[in-house]
Design a binder for this molecule. Structure first.
Ligand code: MG
Length: 227
C-alpha cells in the first residue's frame, strides 16, 4: 500500500478519538498478565496472545468468551464476579502504567491545530480513568471521555464510537480514530470512521490490517517521526 502522510490523514479533520489502553498507555502487558493469572487462579488457560486478540471487550464479554471456548457455556454471574475481582486485585500489584511519550506529543500537536481530543475506552475502572485526566491534564477532559460505564455492548460493536460522534456532534468523516487492537479497529470502522492503528502489542501488523485499519504504524516512533 502507498504511504499516506499523517498530515494528509488529518487534513480537514476536526477531532481525534483515542483508544486508551495500548494507545495512550503502555498498559497492555499489565492487563494481559493480570487476565492470564486471574483465569489461571481458577484453573483456566487464557494465553497472552488471546488477551491481545480480545482487547477492548468488556470484562463480562471476555469472561463469557473464555467460558464458551473452554466449558461450552456462558460464565455464571458468580464466576464473572470472581474472575473480574481477581483481575482487578492482581493489577493493583503491577507497576503503574505510564503514558506513551508519543501520545503526549501528538496531543500537543493536535491542540495547536485546534483539533479536538476525545478518548473512547472500554475500561470502566476509576483508577485508570482518574489517571487519564491527571496524566493528560490540559488535553483530556472528563466530558470528552467515553468509558465502559457509558455503553452496553462495547467494542467490537460500533456503539462506543457512535456515542462519541453523537456526544461530540462531529460527522464520521470529520474524525479519525487511533486504535491498537483488532476489536477496537472493527468497532471504529463499523461506526464509519477512518482508523489509524498503532501496533504497540505482540500481534502481527497483518492482523491489524485484516481487522480493517485504514493505516497501520508499526509503533509510536513511526508516527512520532511525522509530527
Ligand atoms: Mg487498546
Amino acid at each position: 500500500m502507498n504511504k499516506i502522510a499523517f498530515s494528509e490523514i488529518l487534513k480537514d479533520k476536526k477531532a481525534v478519538f483515542f483508544d486508551m489502553d495500548g494507545v495512550l498507555y503502555d498498559s497492555m502487558g499489565a492487563h494481559a498478565d493480570a487476565w492470564n493469572n486471574a483465569f489461571r487462579f481458577y484453573g483456566i488457560d487464557f494465553p497472552q496472545e488471546r488477551v491481545y486478540e480480545n482487547e477492548g471487550r468488556t470484562a463480562q464479554s471476555t469472561i463469557n468468551l473464555v467460558y464458551r471456548q473452554n466449558e461450552e457455556r456462558d460464565a455464571t454471574e458468580t464466576e464473572i464476579n470472581q474472575i473480574y475481582s481477581k483481575k482487578t486485585e492482581l493489577i493493583e500489584f503491577l507497576p503503574d502504567v505510564v503514558p506513551f511519550e508519543g501520545a503526549k506529543k501528538l496531543m500537543e500537536y493536535l491542540k495547536q491545530q485546534g483539533i479536538a481530543i476525545w478518548v473512547v475506552t472500554g475500561s470502566s475502572q476509576d483508577k485508570f480513568l482518574d489517571a487519564l485526566l491527571n496524566d493528560f491534564e490540559g488535553y483530556v477532559s472528563s466530558e470528552r471521555v467515553i468509558s465502559g460505564n457509558h455503553v452496553k455492548h462495547g467494542k467490537p460493536n460500533p456503539e462506543p464510537y457512535l456515542l462519541a460522534l453523537k456526544k461530540s456532534g462531529f460527522n464520521s468523516d470529520e474524525v479519525i480514530v487511533i486504535e491498537n487492537a483488532p476489536l477496537g479497529i472493527q468497532s471504529a470502522r463499523a461506526a464509519g470512521i477512518f482508523t489509524v492503528a498503532i501496533n504497540t502489542g505482540i500481534l502481527d501488523d497483518s492482523i491489524l490490517w485484516d481487522s480493517g485499519a485504514d493505516w497501520v504504524f508499526k509503533d509510536w516512533n513511526e508516527l512520532k517521526a511525522e509530527i
